[in-house]
Design a protein around this ligand. Structure first.
Ligand SMILES: Cc1ncc(COP(=O)(O)O)c(C=O)c1O
Length: 433
């Protein structure tokens, strides 16, 4: 059996072509390690919504039940005597998370949820002065980030309307050009305290050139943080080598850890032991050696590295499914996943371009270095009508106001025939509208 091609082959529109790609897919076996909801016809749904909530790994239930049993059988002793002791449970996910984030293990911690982590990071890394008070974000950033940013600006006594700087695409374009972002940094970098971008923008699916942006921002003396909700487990990341100051993410999208699952945080090692950084402290961020000397009421002594930003003891039941998913990432390898992802998404793009009549417009960049799995598609077909047509065929995608559908074929569990099916359904919906 020959392997999948390394780069986009000449694609073909027939279902047989998609079937052949599936036969040659070395990652095909991973699909059976996930639970795929059934559609009305009793068949597995064509689930293209892993950018919103990833599917449940088959192994997740067993790991959660293991913790439930440990709680039932050992109660408080489970902190040290469970088969995976709860006391340092968060460390079970550190190495695989570090591999996916391109980080040193000491730079990564699983904790809280994304917006909470973003606030904690801004407490440490957004240190505005009158001359340098601005935060640069991308147009159409996720609303929670904008709320967090504006409230941080206001908490420092500055005016969010003046201090928030939004980088917008050129007139008539959907996504930002790296050269424009870099020019903006050149022109206004001295006023910017912090850059906060989505590694992959949730709306457009655009992946930013994090290496170039980080370097340019640092030349201007800005701090750099990224919201990796749509990037982690989706695109290759090298946070350590790029010198990113901090990053935050959630685990319920491409990391398949379940609804509201524990989030994650990266702090570059050059900041890991910086005692001059202000931070909001909690007992779990304290050095474990003195964490339990409660009777002495000690001063907070942070653990070195990202762990020093923890507040509370780890939420075991929310971390357990993440272990199941990260095992799959380790087994499959991020390089292989990304190679398949490019083909899956490239094939969807190819099929969309073949649909005549201008019913659809892909707003995600065509440059594969500027995107991950997701294609965001503007449509002239009425979105509710289109979504109903897709649902009738067991296809799950999502819709974002005003007229954008997001499709994310995920390499761990989606197939090329599913991409073909989505292309076919979109073709038919356009023809009958
Ligand atoms: C890009 C992005 N940022 C932030 C959030 C908010 O995440 P949380 O609810 O875990 O704080 C989301 C949630 O979907 C998101 O997609």
């Amino acid at each position: 059996m020959s392997r999948l091609p390394a780069s986009n082959p000449p694609f073909a529109p027939e279902a047989e072509f998609a079937r052949r790609l599936d036969e040659r897919d070395p990652l095909a076996k991973f699909r059976d390690r996930f639970l795929i909801p059934l559609g009305a016809d009793g068949e597995a749904q064509t689930y293209f919504c892993g950018n919103s909530l990833g599917l449940q790994p088959v192994a997740a239930r067993g790991i959660v039940e293991q913790e439930m049993s440990a709680w039932a059988e050992k109660a408080v002793a489970g902190h040290f005597e469970a088969s995976t002791p709860w006391y340092d449970y968060h460390r079970r996910v550190t190495h695989p998370l570090a591999a996916i984030a391109g980080a040193e293990p000491s730079e990564v911690v699983a904790m809280n949820s994304l917006t909470v982590n973003l606030h904690l990071m801004m407490v440490s890394f957004y240190r505005p002065t009158r001359a340098r008070q601005r935060i640069l974000m991308e147009d159409c950033a996720f609303p929670s980030d904008t709320y967090a940013v504006k409230s941080q600006i206001a908490a420092h006594g500055f005016d969010p309307a003046a201090a928030l700087l939004v980088a917008k695409p050129r007139m008539g374009e959907d996504t930002l050009r790296t050269e424009d972002l870099l020019a903006l940094l050149d022109a206004q970098g001295q006023e910017i305290a912090l850059i906060l971008l989505g590694g992959v923008n949730y709306f457009t699916g655009q992946a930013f050139d994090l290496r170039a942006i980080t370097a340019a921002a640092h030349r201007q003396g800005c701090r750099v943080g990224y919201d990796l909700a749509h990037a982690i487990g989706n695109i290759p990341l090298c946070l350590h080598d790029w010198g990113v100051d901090f990053a935050v993410w959630c685990s319920y999208k491409y990391l398949n850890a379940g609804p509201g699952a524990v989030g994650g945080c990266f702090v570059h090692e050059r900041h890991g032991s910086d005692a001059t950084l202000p931070r909001f402290a909690g007992w779990w961020g304290n050095d474990p050696a003195t964490r339990f000397r409660m009777h002495l009421l000690p001063d907070f002594a942070p653990s070195p590295g990202a762990e020093g930003w923890q507040l509370s003891n780890p939420p075991i039941l929310s971390m357990a499914p993440l272990r199941a998913s990260l095992d799959l990432f380790q087994e499959a390898g991020m390089d292989a996943l990304h190679a398949k992802s490019r083909l899956l998404t490239g094939y969807l793009e190819y099929l969309l371009h073949r649909i005549p009549g201008g019913a659809y417009r892909i707003i995600t960049p065509a440059d594969t270095a500027q995107r991950g799995c997701q294609l965001s598609v503007g449509t002239r077909v009425s979105p509710p009508v289109l979504l109903r047509a897709l649902q009738a065929q067991g296809i799950v995608a999502d819709f974002r106001e005003p007229d954008v559908l997001r499709f994310a074929p995920v390499p761990l569990y989606n197939r090329f025939v599913e991409v073909w099916r989505v292309g076919q359904a979109l073709h038919e919906a356009a023809a009958s509208s």
